[in-house]
Design a protein around this ligand. Sequence first.
Ligand code: AMP
Ligand code: MG
Length: 354
Amino acid sequence: MNTKVVRIKEEEKTRETLEKNPGLLEAAEILKNGGLVAFPTETVYGLGANALNEEAAKKIYAAKGRPSDNPLIAHISCMEELPAIVKEIPEAGRKLAEKYWPGPLTMIFPKKDIVPYGTTGGLDTVAVRMPVDPVANCLIHLAGVPIAAPSANTSGRPSPTKAEHVIEDMDGKIEMIIDGGAVGIGVESTIVDVSGEIPRLLRPGAVTPEELSSLGVPVTVDPSVTERFEGTPEAPGMKYRHYAPKADMTLVEGDMDKVVAYINEQTKKAEAEGKKVGIICTEESQDMYQGGNLEVIGSREHEETVAHNLFAVLRDFDARKVDCIFSESFSKDQLGQAIMNRLCKAAGYHIVNI
Ligand code: AMP
Ligand code: MG
């Protein structure tokens, strides 16, 4: 298959201009006809298909190499599109939608029959999000159907935050890629299950638990958010190894000085064995390393920069063909929770505490 790449520039991203953009209109046609289109959202690039068309959803699983019991998130463009796909909107869901939609929050609702099991991985619930990114929102609107859109990466690889990442993984496998430049946030949406008694955080993201509870909606945190998952997961995607770079990765926790000393020591050892070592450091620490191949992930003072660069750094180390990676750690509150969740998974929970 020949994958068409359509570039949309910053100045073309007003709703009025987007609605007339020939590339976006063509993308909407492809989606209506059961094809696949990758597009930017504020979190990561998504791989879209008509969420109500089981055959189209199947194509997503094939292109990503994703296990078919890992459910897809249905994306809508406005609140009016929600009742068509969910059986009820619980009070907590309504409150959270008012505050955080459109935005980087996904909620789980009981599904209506119109949503096929091929989209929900066999579950009676459906995950729904309303992206705020102007390109994503307009494309969903133009398609006129909810769009299932997992991250547009090969399953198991780091999520794509630039169109180049999508091209790496999806060229030749899908009809079209919309290149809207680098995404803003860089980690996937926060997922909250509002289908039960008490809302439950299933995946941390840019909407933090601190923010969720500030609304007066009590939210419990699923253990899989902070720990390695064992047993039957609530959000089925949690059981799969995620975001993994090709190299063995070790996450090092502890006081800054000790972490740096440990990584320096391990790097020296590994390099003596002829290994190529990658180090994930921060603006604050970059001058403290003596060897290895450094990637600055961002600034500790501005954790949003760390989230923004996280997946690109993992992909860069794949491209540089390092044998092992050592990474610094981050606080586990606010956005740090989402950052550490992704880093822990990337490291396959190989964590050293100094
Ligand atoms: P992704 O599309 O890669 O961002 O991943 C979507 C994730 O959302 C899945 O891996 C699940 O963990 C979660 N998810 C989607 N639908 C449901 C659902 N109905 N119930 C629970 N979790 C879900
Ligand atoms: Mg994903």
